[in-house]
Every structure is written in C-alpha cells, then in structure tokens.
Write a protein of this length. Structure first.
Ligand SMILES: [Zn+2]
Ligand SMILES: [Zn+2]
Length: 242
C-alpha cells in the first residue's frame, strides 16, 4: 500500500467533501448530496479533446488548433460549483485526488478501444518551486489512483513520475492564446527518459484541461520520443465555448 493510500485509510470513513458518515465507504467516497452537485461530462463530448460539447463531433477549440495528443478524457465539466470543488484538490484537500482519480479511470476505461491493454502512465509535473509550496503534486496523486484502478481491472501499467520535468522559469499561461501557450509549455517541459516511451501507449495525467496546450506540448515531446499514442486524462475540462 502506498503512503498516500495508507494516510487516507487512517483518516476514517466520511464523505471527502462534507465529512458526512458513509457506511459504504470506499464504494462511495462522496455522499449523495455532494455527488449530485457535480457536473458530469456524460452527454456529448469532443471526439478529440474530450471536453463537453453541445452536440456530437469536434469542439471549436480543436477545430481551430487540433491538439497533438491522440484523444482526451475528462469525467467532469470545469464550470461553476464543480470547478470550485476540483480546485479544492489543489488547495489542501488532497484526499479528493482519490475520488477524482477513480472517476477519471472509469471514464477512460469506458471510452477507449477494447484492444488497448498496456499503458505507460505519466503525470504532468509541477515545477520544483510550486511543488515545494504545495507539498504535493495533485497530478501525481491522480496518476497513482488511475494506475491502481487500471491494474485492478486487468490492465498492465507502468507509472513513472520522474520521466517529465517541469522547468521553473516559465511565463504565466492565463493571458496567452493557444499558440503562445503551446510554445510556452513546450519550453517548460523536458523529457528525461526518451527510451521509456518507445512504442508505448502513454496516459498523460493532469488535473484540469482548459485550452489543451499543456497536454498538446507534452504529447509532442512523447510522440517525438516514439510513443505510439498519447491519451490525455484530466479530472475536469472547460466546456466548449459557443
Ligand atoms: Zn458530502
Ligand atoms: Zn476538442
């Protein structure tokens, strides 16, 4: 059992959000009221990046800049109250990574081609400065949960949290457009273990997808190192802008 999982188990059995007692924990990690407040991405989603769309097909963001990753998957919609909840995972409430990681794994498994059986799982890293300030990388905790869930379902997985490095000196992404963000992200990430990726199907795990530029930049690196496919898994994605 890993340290994070042990720590979670030692915390007791209540809703991860409101603390209400749950008799069927960990089958359910949130109480009914809290789970009903989440906006799930389960009606129409983009065939490419996986974000919520109004109808079937490809979203407007992908139509203007097709991301480099093979396909994206997100169980939740980063909008309203749901985005506030997802943000809590980054702001101290790290045990939420377990629930959110499980939902991410479920969504991925339900939407991938059946012949895919073996994955290399890589979390999107934080810079050393950010990691020191927060104390943990939520993408790494999510990736650990995704790896455990996939293993339980009979998939062969390898998890490597040190393959990609995020260099500290980068401009803030918020005010940039997609091309600038992608260029920015490209210079921010460095792939240490190029050989590891050769011929592999990579699951790149992150917390939130907005433009998809981070996923796209990392996918470019991984595909450049010989990865067969790169799936981008995030907990939540912003909905299509219409
Ligand atoms: Zn609750
Ligand atoms: Zn899209």
């Amino acid at each position: 059992m890993n340290v994070f999982r042990k720590w979670i188990n030692d915390q007791g059995y209540g809703c991860e959000l409101c603390g209400a007692e749950l008799f069927d924990y960990p089958t359910h990690r949130l109480c009914k009221d809290c789970e009903e407040g989440l906006l799930f991405n389960d009606e129409f989603w983009c065939d490419k990046c996986g974000r919520k769309t109004k109808t079937s097909g490809v979203c407007v963001t992908c139509k203007s800049h097709l991301p480099k990753f093979t396909k994206g998957f997100s169980p939740l919609v980063y909008h309203g109250e749901t985005s506030a909840i997802v943000n809590r995972m980054k702001n101290g409430k790290r045990r939420l990574c377990l629930y959110l990681g499980e939902k991410t794994a479920e969504t991925f498994v339900s939407r991938i081609p059946k012949e895919e059986k073996e994955f290399l799982i890589l979390p999107v890293p934080l810079s050393k400065v950010r990691l020191q300030a927060r104390g943990y990388n939520q993408a790494e905790l999510l990736a650990e949960t995704v790896a455990e869930r996939l293993k339980e379902r009979g998939y062969t997985v390898t998890l490597d949290s040190a393959a990609i490095e995020r260099r500290s000196v980068v401009r803030a992404q918020k005010k940039l457009d997609f091309t600038e963000r992608e260029r920015n992200a490209k210079s921010a990430y460095h792939l240490h273990k190029r050989k590891l990726c050769e011929g592999k199907t990579v699951l790149l795990v992150d917390d939130i997808m907005t433009t998809g530029a981070t996923g796209s930049a990392c996918a470019r690196l991984l595909l450049g190192a010989g990865a067969k496919a790169v799936y981008f898994l995030t907990v939540a994605a912003t909905p299509e802008i219409t």
